[in-house]
Write a protein that binds this ligand. Structure first.
Ligand code: ADP
Ligand code: SF4
Length: 692
């Protein structure tokens, strides 16, 4: 029988080149960029190995006047940058895929902190973000220069081995897009005014690139066709449509999406698979050239539908290719249940926003391909026939047991609760977090295919049980729970009033009906005024606020940070969270910490001027630190010293509470390191500059 997804494996001509299939890894940032080219080449190579027919770079700066530091992007300022990029094209070509490069002049988005040249803008305006300097207004000579730099970069890209050269006009991050936008472009020359004039620069970039390298390289355009700003920006009903109509047949390929980046990479909390289709669906009606679109596609049915319904010709993906570089191969082999589906959490994005190597919640090998030699599908086989006990079936324990089982070890995994999954299986019931369940589902599916891994839910283990079980190797993954005393970074001592009956923690919602140890049989039924103190700063405070405000409570969200859900800036969610909670009528107190809880009010104190104020509170929820469940580990340690155990390791939140991605990583690391020689020096390779 034919594979029902055969259409995904048809080759697609793109100008002078041919993509071997319809899987197209769109450009994505990674925090490696020009600083870690070997690591990046290995990452891209693994995608090609996993079946992605086209594998692209991230944004690549074409000139020092487009220096995106502190973000770490690709760089092609001069010939000296060619060898680093050639590492990537070699890695991609080795698996028969095409390599694409996204050339970027970032205009007023570049801060030029390294190059110290003035940023270039359509007029002299403040650079993007909250920085106190402005651009130099581009004159005619500057525009000619940018075109020249772009052309030179295209020629260098060709020498580096790229097959597809992308002219970038998306995410509001490039000069070509700035020219298109009425709100930036107030020029009175031939580059301003009418839409045809505002499109001129992008048209020229495409023409220049085709003239320079179009004989052997495809020339693509990456365009934001809708900015979700209505009249103020490009839209599928307005100028986004008209730009595609104006340039329809000029590029060899259209890669279309919505802007800005937070819209394009919307998290699963705010958008579902295929969410861009209503905006990009028109493009194919205007051009005969192949069209790429994205929408966090992980299901082959949705991909096939997007193609058959005429939305796109190639299925674009950044995050699904990060979570599972072998997604195309798994579809081809009919191993659909083995696809490690992206959960839409945007931890991968924090590589760019925090200027550090990319990480992924689902795929602990992401970013570690070169520096630790990790492969997403392969792992070193076991050394001996040892049997291992893993205690705790949250993300850390599940990943550890799965990866040990993949290595061939015999593993017993015990979980206290009747349903494995730890914090993830609880949290995925909160508003917007349903897709996070995939962290557990994928691991349980894999474990079910490993006869040497036995899972025992409903089996809490004490130290005596562990020792009686006779296992010599024990890995403790017993997680953590929310503190009830309010201690965290801003409250250094137990909070006065924390033990009053109207004070709760997230566990009162998460553990109800789940946890035999919970002191709540049912989630608290709160009404009236609720104060949530968020000293965790990621999603939990905001999600509980959303839950309770949605149930009709009058919620006040208090944080010592300058923004609510402060850390969610790095996952591109902060603005959306604030908007949603504002719409629900939530009151915010930022830069305030909780000083005391009384029976019917709380005392807040400003972290700016120390001024105190009381606000009414019928209930209080403390979202502060979590307490590691590490008693089991510590009570087993003497047994290790006495030789009753051969090895003992604590992983995940039981070792140090962290985000889910770190629990998965920690479990994976423990499995990789089991019976392997421990490195005493830095446990991964570094990309030092060769001083010879
Ligand atoms: P992590 O993120 O580190 O995986 P979680 O809190 O999500 O941590 O998961 C830890 C899991 O360990 C939970 O499902 C919890 O029920 C389980 N657990 C905790 N203590 C024990 C124990 N003594 N025996 C078996 N399972 C336990
Ligand atoms: Fe998907 Fe999250 Fe992995 Fe990014 S970090 S690829 S959003 S699972």
């Amino acid at each position: 029988m034919n594979n029902p997804f055969d259409i995904l494996f048809e080759p697609v001509p793109i100008g002078p080149v041919v993509a071997p299939n319809r899987f197209y890894q769109v450009p994505h940032c990674n925090g490696l960029g020009h600083r870690m080219p070997r690591a990046l080449a290995a990452l891209r190579g693994v995608k090609a190995e996993g079946g992605w027919g086209v594998v692209c770079t991230e944004e690549v700066e074409i000139h020092p006047s487009s220096d995106l530091a502190p973000n770490i992007e690709g760089r092609l300022w001069d010939d000296g940058d060619i060898p680093a990029l050639a590492l990537m094209t070699e890695a991609v070509h080795a698996h028969g895929a095409l390599a694409g490069i996204e050339l970027t002049h970032a205009g007023h988005h570049a801060w030029n902190l390294i190059s110290r040249t003035p940023a270039l803008g359509l007029s002299s305006v403040g650079v993007s973000g909250f920085a106190p300097w402005q651009t130099r207004r581009l004159d005619k000579e500057d525009i000619r220069n940018v075109r020249r730099w772009h052309r030179a970069a295209a020629l260098r890209a060709k020498r580096a081995g790229f097959d597809i050269i992308i002219c970038y006009a998306a995410h509001n991050l490039s000069l070509a897009m700035h020219f298109l936008l009425r709100r930036y472009n107030d020029r009175r020359d031939k580059y301003g005014g009418s839409l045809a004039n505002r499109t001129r620069f992008l048209r020229e970039l495409i023409e220049d690139t085709k003239e320079a390298v179009g004989d052997s390289c495809a020339v693509a355009v990456r365009l934001a066709v809708d900015e979700l700003l209505g009249e103020e920006g490009l839209s599928a009903q307005g100028e986004g449509y008209e730009i595609v109509a104006l340039l329809a047949e000029l590029p060899d390929l259209w890669d279309v999406n919505i802007s800005d980046w937070s819209n394009d990479s919307a998290t699963s909390r705010f958008a579902k698979e295929g969410y861009q289709e209503p905006y990009i669906g028109f493009v194919k009606s205007l051009t005969s050239k192949p069209v790429v679109g994205v929408g966090r596609y992980t299901s082959p049915e949705a991909m096939v539908n997007a193609i058959r319904n005429g939305v796109m010709d190639l299925v674009g993906a950044a995050r699904p290719s990060i979570a599972d570089p072998f997604l195309p191969e798994k579809i081809r082999d009919g191993c659909i249940a083995d696809i490690r589906e992206c959960i839409g959490c945007n931890i991968c994005v924090t590589g760019d926003t925090l200027y550090t190597p990319i990480r992924c919640t689902q795929n602990p090998t992401m970013g570690e391909e070169w520096r630790r030699g990790w492969h997403p599908e392969r792992i070193a086989p076991r050394q001996t026939a040892q049997e291992i006990l893993v205690v705790g079936g949250g993300p850390a324990g599940l990943e550890c047991a799965r990866a040990l089982g993949q290595r061939g070890y015999t593993v017993t995994l015990t979980e206290a609760e009747n349903e494995p999954g730890g914090r993830v299986i609880r949290e995925c019931r909160l508003p917007g977090l349903a897709e996070w369940r995939r962290v557990v589902d994928w691991r349980l599916t894999q474990i079910s295919q490993l006869p040497q891994v036995s899972l025992y839910p409903g089996s809490p283990m004490r130290a005596a049980d562990v020792l009686e079980s006779g296992f010599k190797h024990v890995i403790v993954a017993t997680g953590a729970q929310w503190r009830r005393d309010g201690k965290r970074r801003t409250v250094l001592r137990p909070l006065p009033g924390h033990n009053l009956p109207h004070v709760f923690t997230p566990d009162d919602w998460l553990r109800q009906g789940f946890d035999k140890l919970s002191h709540q049989a049912q989630p608290p039924q709160l009404t009236g005024q609720v104060v949530i103190y968020d000293d965790d700063h990621y999603y939990m405070g905001g999600v509980l606020t959303e839950l309770l405000a949605g149930q009709g409570c009058q919620v006040t969200l208090v944080t010592a940070a300058p923004l609510i859900s402060y850390w969610s800036q790095y996952t591109l969610e902060q603005g959306r969270i604030q908007r949603r909670l504002t719409e629900l009528g939530v009151t915010f107190f930022v830069q305030h910490k909780l000083q005391a809880i009384e029976p019917d009010f709380v005392r807040l104190v400003s972290v700016v001027n120390g001024r105190a104020q009381d606000i009414a509170a019928d209930s209080v929820i403390l979202v502060t630190d979590r307490q590691p469940n590490d008693e089991l580990y510590h009570s087993l340690k003497p047994a290790l010293a006495e030789g009753k155990l051969s090895s003992l390791r604590v992983i995940g939140d039981a070792e140090a509470p962290n985000i889910i991605a770190q629990a998965v990583f920690s479990g994976h690391l423990a499995a990789r390191e089991f019976e392997e020689l421990a490195r005493t020096e830095t446990p991964f390779k570094m990309e030092y500059i060769d001083l010879d």
